[in-house]
Ligand binder design. Structure first.
Ligand SMILES: [Zn+2]
Length: 175
């Protein structure tokens, strides 16, 4: 049985149109990604949405039909069951650092530190930093605008006070 268009759409939407292993998005690759059977069909996996992942061609290719069989075989990180942070850390140089044996094995098997991917992550981190700086800058500009509005208000109050003083002085002089 092949996977229906509805199931494909569900898996794609659920993954926000990005590879669930490496986060590369359709808008980065310029096309739809592939469906991966987390538990490979060749090893008894099903076409159920719970067993399907949205994955880029590279991750899918490296993962292939891996499935732990022997007692000392490690499982791969399942992005549908655990967040990336459960096994992997993104370092500031764009590389992934494993925090568990499963994370280490997943990086090795899926080549998650392949150079173009590291460069991609680094670019993303830089963009996030720039965004953060820009939002801070916008905040400062907003605060300055508020301050200058307050200052204008104070100046106006001052002007009114002076006017009042002049009026009183004039009255006193005329008496
Ligand atoms: Zn990928």
């Amino acid at each position: 049985m092949s996977i229906s268009a509805d199931t494909r759409r569900l898996v794609r939407d659920r993954a926000h149109f990005a590879c669930e292993f490496c986060t590369v998005a359709e808008t980065d690759t310029g096309g739809e990604l592939t469906l991966d059977h987390f538990h490979p069909k060749a090893k008894g996996g099903t076409d159920e949405p719970e067993n399907l992942l949205y994955a880029c061609m590279r991750c899918n290719l490296h993962k292939a039909d891996y499935w732990p069989i022997h007692s000392d075989d490690l499982p791969l990180w399942n992005p549908r069951q655990e967040p990336m942070a459960a096994h992997l850390l993104i370092l500031t140089d764009g590389t992934l650092y494993p925090t568990t044996p499963v994370g280490e094995f997943t990086i090795a098997r899926l080549r998650l530190n392949r150079p173009p991917l590291v460069a991609y992550r680094l670019g993303k981190l830089r963009r996030q930093e720039t965004e953060l700086l820009l939002s801070r800058y916008r905040e400062i500009v907003r605060t300055l605008e508020q301050l200058s509005a307050q200052q204008a208000l104070l100046l106006e109050e001052n002007r009114i006070l002076l006017e009042e003083q002049r009026r009183i002085l004039r009255m006193l002089l005329l008496e």
